[in-house]
Design a protein around this ligand. Structure first.
Ligand SMILES: [Zn+2]
Length: 387
């Protein structure tokens, strides 16, 4: 795409070619979880694997979903071994489990980690020779998937690709396929009411960054811009409210919609260097995704401003700011407001780690859509020193 620097808020020229594929059916509303059995029945799913994490099981959320599903006559198995930053190993383990039990559908219930793992599990389950890192045989079509996010963050319910960790090779791998795009994205804001403030902030920052990086992505098109601008507009206003009062139903609903819109945007546009560096931080220090983004966000945006004033201008406009130059400070202020202003040192990265972080970030395909690419590893090391 080309960018007209003389029209800072004009967006992509409408003549730019784009193709927008089918996404999930979206079922949004307070209490929407009650419709899960009907959605699975419509997919002829009789034997369902619920992919989730132990925290949601302990909190009773899994039982609340499984109960009505079992009562509807479906056989339900729960796989709750997913942790944050899911690995290729956990996906292969879940797929083996689904295969051994002869299951015919997957219900993803949880945050981005569970949703990402579930996509890999749904894809690999029918294909014993396929591997989560892409080695092995090419997988056949995956099992039908219904995705139910319990955080307002990743927007992982919008697409068929999961981000997994491959610890042996210290890299992120992208595991997925069009066949595991969720058939239904079920968005029930009541599921997010119990999320503590810190997790609300960490996941909400992810949604906000998806919108912002999408607007400045080299891969953007008019549809991604529309989704991303609306995501930023809502998240900018409602994230601080949701963090300050987690029981505010309007704030929870607005953030769940914002996260979904941001997911729709990134699925079309790709992201950028904020995500590339955050992935590297997670791989090297075990940092949680949201704080890892927060640690580099204002500095990466400031460093990239001149490369794409139009894209950053759209982001600033959606945030209600006067122009792109105001964006880095305003982002720092918002992070402060939701108590997520951290440095890479706070997350456990020492000065000696910067070169390895830079190399990992540059090797991550997510960095390619960034408006500005570092000319060298040394330039990225210098940028990290300011984060
Ligand atoms: Zn993200």
């Amino acid at each position: 795409m080309s960018t007209d620097v003389h029209a800072p808020c004009a967006g992509v020229a409408a003549g730019t070619a784009f193709l927008s594929g089918p996404g999930p059916v979206v079922d949004f509303g307070p209490g929407a979880v009650a419709r899960i059995p009907a959605h699975l029945a419509a997919l002829s799913a009789r034997r369902v694997l619920v992919v989730t994490d132990p925290g949601l099981r302990a909190a009773g959320v899994v039982d609340a979903v499984v109960g009505p599903l079992a009562a509807s006559g479906a056989v339900v198995e729960v796989f709750d071994a997913v942790r944050g930053n899911p690995t290729v190993a956990v996906v292969e383990q879940g797929a083996e489990h689904a295969r051994a039990l002869g299951l015919d559908a997957v219900l993803a219930l949880g945050g981005g980690s569970s949703l990402d793992a579930a996509k890999g599990i749904a894809l690999l389950a029918p294909s014993p020779g396929a591997r989560a890192d892409g080695s092995g045989v090419t997988p056949a079509a995956g099992l039908p998937l219904v995705a139910v996010p319990t955080t307002a963050g990743t927007g992982a319910e919008t697409n068929g690709f999961g981000v997994l960790e491959d610890p042996a090779n210290r890299q992120k791998v992208y595991c997925g396929d069009a066949s595991v795009v969720p058939r239904v994205a079920l968005l029930d804001p009541e599921l997010t009411l119990g999320l503590p403030a810190s997790a609300t902030a960490a996941t909400g920052v992810d949604a906000l960054v998806h919108g912002i990086e999408s607007l400045a992505s080299r891969g953007r098109d008019p549809m991604s811009e529309a989704f991303a601008a609306e995501a930023v507009r809502r998240a900018w206003v409602w994230l601080p409210v949701a963090v300050a009062d987690g029981s505010d139903p309007r704030a929870r609903a607005e953030m769940l919609v914002a996260a979904h819109l941001a997911g729709q945007a990134l699925t079309r546009s790709g992201l950028g260097l904020v995500h590339g560096l955050a992935h590297a931080l997670s791989l090297h220090t075990g940092a949680v995704h949201g704080p890892a983004l927060a640690a580099v966000l204002p500095e990466v945006v400031a460093w990239s401003l001149d490369a794409d004033p139009a894209g950053w201008g759209r982001a600033a406009e959606a945030a209600g700011l006067r122009g792109p130059a105001a964006l880095p400070d305003a982002l720092g202020g918002l992070l402060e407001q939701v108590d997520t202003r951290v440095s890479v040192a706070d997350l456990g990265a020492a000065p000696d780690d910067r070169e390895a972080l830079a190399r990992t970030a540059l090797a991550d395909p997510v960095s390619r859509n960034a408006p500005r690419h570092p000319a060298s590893v040394a330039e990225l090391v210098e940028l990290l020193a300011r984060c």
